[in-house]
Design a protein around this ligand. Structure first.
Ligand code: PLP
Length: 438
């Protein structure tokens, strides 16, 4: 049974699973198995020929992963999901599925650093050119497009700039050209459903808010099922021409009897089969535990995030606060259009004392963890100029939105009084140390 509720609170608890058919277990079991007994040789042949869908081998599918896939797909309003080993593998495979050597992708410049590396180096080495454009003008995507452009790519709520991406504007540019918009929604689950605004595909690092507990690396691709991959067949050759890696299947035709799932079935049966970056059943189980409380947690992340942003705004040691809920003009209009129920848990700010003040602030924190992660139930902090972005030149730092005194916070679920007390004492310690050193 699958739930037909439209409410995220219900979907995360019920979609895709209702008691284990073998045991009645209410919790989703961890199917820690590599392989599955075929009923007979015909059954095996039908599974391999995609005449019947079913379990073959855990590198390609697994019942625990299947629940996570169905649940996140239902949450996003999509038709199917694909669980992967990490967010990185989700971003890579989302593009490799439809772009090969000689093709290009147009991507927003506002990206997680790991995705930037993947696009600028590894995909480039594979012959896939990623063209980075400034998303503040959506028309930049059209300008960078040519005949070999296979996809547009962006993050809903990219840090450090935290400027919400113009999803509908860019999806509308791509659709008539046959170009899908792929959105990384890692920082804004529940707050935004990119598919509702015209995106074709959503990717997640489940490592972050979906898990929430900071125990398990994972990634997911959701196929929205609404993008017409056949509208401009020359634009999407790998879904419209015979695929030699699966005995000549033309994916848009091969899945007609199953549903609008050509994109995701191809990713599973070719790329996941060949590259093997599958999610482990245990990590799927852990991610499901997190997912079950995601709507509740996002409300608190947003509430605490806003309170922290307001607190920092009024603090004399802080020269600038970067938070969607405090932005003006077009950035604020996009935040209001695309984020519902709050502005998220990520808060950036700049210390007037620059790089030294940033380091002193981090070193003085007692409650907040100093880690390279976001979306944990615990509050986290990092000073990018001395860590994640320390190799960049000053002009590159400026382009990515990281100034010397920039600090990124991922605000968690602790009591707000304790979070503010820790931030307050660390700001005091950092600015006091600076004064003493001068
Ligand atoms: N996308 C975003 C927005 C991220 O923040 C991250 C990780 O920080 C990733 C993708 C990559 O995810 P993972 O670390 O699970 O590979």
């Amino acid at each position: 049974m699958t739930v037909d509720s439209q409410h995220p609170e219900t979907i995360v608890l019920h979609a895709g699973y209702r008691a284990d058919p073998a045991t009645g277990s209410v919790a989703v079991p961890i199917y820690q198995t590599t392989s599955y007994q075929f009923r007979d040789t015909q059954h095996a042949a039908d599974l391999f020929a995609l005449k019947e869908l079913g379990n073959i081998y855990t590198r390609i599918m697994n019942p625990t992963c299947d629940v996570l896939e169905k649940r996140v797909a239902a949450l996003e309003g999509g038709v199917a999901g694909l669980a992967l080993a990490s967010g990185q593998s989700a971003s890579a495979m989302a593009l490799q599925n439809i772009a090969h050597a000689g093709d290009n992708v147009v991507s927003s410049t506002d990206l997680y650093g790991g995705t930037w590396n993947l696009f600028a180096n590894t995909l480039k080495d594979q012959g896939i050119e990623v063209r980075f454009v400034d998303p503040s003008d959506p028309e930049n995507f059209r300008r960078a497009t040519d005949d070999r452009t296979r996809a547009y790519y962006a993050e809903t709520l990219p840090n450090p700039k935290l400027a919400v991406f113009p999803i509908k504007e860019v999806a509308d540019i791509g659709r008539p050209l046959g170009i899908p918009l792929i959105m990384d929604n890692t920082a804004a689950p529940i707050l935004c459903r990119p598919l509702d605004h015209g995106a074709a595909v959503v990717v997640y690092s489940t490592t972050k808010y979906i898990g929430g507990h900071g125990t398990s690396i994972g990634g997911l691709i959701v196929d929205g099922g609404k993008f017409d991959w056949e509208a401009v067949p020359t634009r999407q050759p790998y879904l419209n021409q015979p695929d030699p890696s699966y005995h000549g299947a033309v994916w848009t035709q091969a899945v007609k009897g199953i549903g609008p799932v050509a994109y995701i079935i191809k990713a599973r049966t070719t790329l996941l089969r060949d590259l093997g970056a599958c999610m482990s059943p245990f990590n799927a189980f852990a991610s499901i535990q997190g997912l079950e409380t995601l709507p509740l947690r996002m409300r608190e992340h947003c509430r605490n995030g806003m309170a922290v942003a307001e607190f920092l705004k009024g603090h004399p040691a802080v020269s600038r606060v970067i938070y969607p809920g405090l932005m003006d003009g077009e950035a604020r209009r996009r935040a209001d259009t695309y984020l519902k129920g709050g502005f998220g848990g990520l808060v950036g700010f700049e210390l007037s004392g620059g790089r030294d003040a940033g380091r002193d602030f981090i070193d003085a924190l007692k409650l907040l963890y100093h880690v390279a992660n976001i979306g944990d139930a615990r509050s986290l902090a990092i000073h990018p100029a001395s860590t994640t972005h320390s190799q960049l030149e000053p002009e590159e730092l400026a382009a990515t939105g990281v100034s010397d005194g920039y600090v990124r916070l991922s605000i968690g679920l602790e009591h707000i009084d304790d979070i503010l007390a820790d931030l307050g004492q660390a700001l005091h310690a950092a600015t006091g140390m600076r004064a003493a050193a001068e």
